[in-house]
Design a protein around this ligand. Structure first.
Ligand code: F6P
Length: 382
């Protein structure tokens, strides 16, 4: 990394790289645009690295970005740089002579950063990507992180971009389910993303008027869920909306997982809870029940105003962090300001979970929303 000729400790930056890793999230392009525009205005060059860290050791996947490349992308979902949730350079899975092998490609990444003349890299990603970024920082690569995930489970920041859009998409879906559920007197069980945290399910569930919300932080009892559903019919409401986070599970039962054939994917894929809950409700109550999985729709679409703004603030703040030499750190939101925190403190593999005593959970309970557990609080208003 080039250092300041004035000896003030601030690095002399000429060229930076920018990459997006892990699952995409609405607002990624807002971050890229803000970082590119801010860096160009400081007289730096920006290199876009394609498909996460893969782009650093595969030829031809790094290209200079101009103002023209980022024009008009503020409102677009996805990422113009492409992404992957497989490419960990420290455990790179590939095939040699037809045989599956795991290789450590981190040395290639370090060489490539030097070859490309990058004085810093802005890595935009979730905990997996930022853990890799931290490991690269430990090897001397000048890295700055930007937190991203629709799951909102990143420690060190009160919110990540992409999450607001996902909640809005899920809330919209719940609004639409109400009319069909009511028309058919059905119970609809909707599975929402979020991995091991229930942020999307909790907030979309409350905003979308769900009757039952199941989240990983509160193990549930299916009998309590069925009682709530039955109660709805007894009170002649004649339909019910159940929201289940993909990581929710009955007490004493592991999370529901799906098989997949993605080579190189390190994490299990969650899924199947909604189908199970719907079947159990039908078996135990006899009520007509349907389930659906909202899935990747939650990751798509144009970012909300909130996510555009947060992405933009994070992108420009990442450039300021590079200019200050704040390597090995991640920008974060500590309202009202954007701050930064060492990557070592956040990329720990421990997701930030919903506090079960949060006011949102309490308010939901006070309105009669059931979390599938026994709650001894104020009696439910009817
Ligand atoms: O982390 C974002 C997320 O969408 C999770 O909510 C979900 O469990 C996972 O990614 C799905 O991963 P994939 O895109 O590989 O199916």
């Amino acid at each position: 990394m080039a250092t300041s000729a004035t000896g003030e400790g601030k690095p002399k930056i000429r060229r930076i790289g920018i990459s997006t890793g892990g699952g995409d999230a609405p607002g990624l392009n807002a971050v890229i645009r803000a970082a590119v525009k801010s860096a160009l205005n400081l007289g730096w060059e920006v290199v876009g690295i394609q498909r996460g860290f893969d782009g650093l050791f595969r030829p031809g996947m790094a290209k200079k970005l101009t103002a023209r490349d980022v024009a008009g992308i503020l409102t677009m979902g996805g990422t113009i740089l492409g992404t992957t949730n497989r490419g960990n350079p420290f455990e790179y899975r590939t095939r040699v002579k037809g045989k599956a092998v795991v290789k450590d490609m981190s040395g290639e990444v370090v060489k490539s950063v030097k070859r490309l003349g990058l004085d810093a890299i802005i890595c935009i990603g979730g905990d997996g990507t930022l853990k890799i970024a931290r490991q690269l920082a430990d090897m001397g690569v000048p890295v700055v992180g930007v937190p991203k995930t629709i799951d909102n489970d990143m420690p060190g920041t009160v919110i990540t971009f992409g999450y607001d859009t996902a909640v809005s998409t899920a809330t919209d879906a719940l609004d639409k389910l109400h009319s069909t559920a009511a028309s058919h007197q059905r119970t609809m069980v909707v599975e929402l993303m979020g991995r091991y945290a229930g942020w999307i399910a909790l907030n979309a569930g409350v905003a979308g008027g769900a009757d039952v919300i199941l989240i990983p932080e509160i193990p549930f009892d299916i009998d309590v869920v069925c009682k709530k559903v039955e109660d709805r019919y007894h009170r002649r409401r004649n339909f019910a909306i159940v929201v289940a986070a993909e990581g929710a599970a009955p007490a004493g039962h592991g999370m529901f997982t799906r098989e997949h054939r993605d080579t190189g994917r390190q994490e299990v894929l969650l899924g199947g809870i909604a189908a199970w809950v719907a079947e159990e409700i039908n078996k135990r109550t006899g009520r007509e029940t349907r389930s659906l999985v909202l899935g990747h729709l939650q990751r798509g679409g144009n970012p909300t105003t909130f996510d555009r703004l947060l992405g933009t603030r994070f992108g420009a703040a990442a450039v300021r962090l590079v200019a200050e030499g704040g390597f090995g750190r991640m920008v974060c939101l500590r309202p009202p300001k954007i701050d930064s925190i060492p990557l070592a403190e956040v990329a720990t593999g421990q997701p930030r979970k919903v506090p079960v005593d949060s006011d949102t959970v309490l308010s939901a309970r006070m309105m009669g929303i059931c979390f599938g557990d026994k709650w001894d609080g104020p009696s439910h208003p009817r």
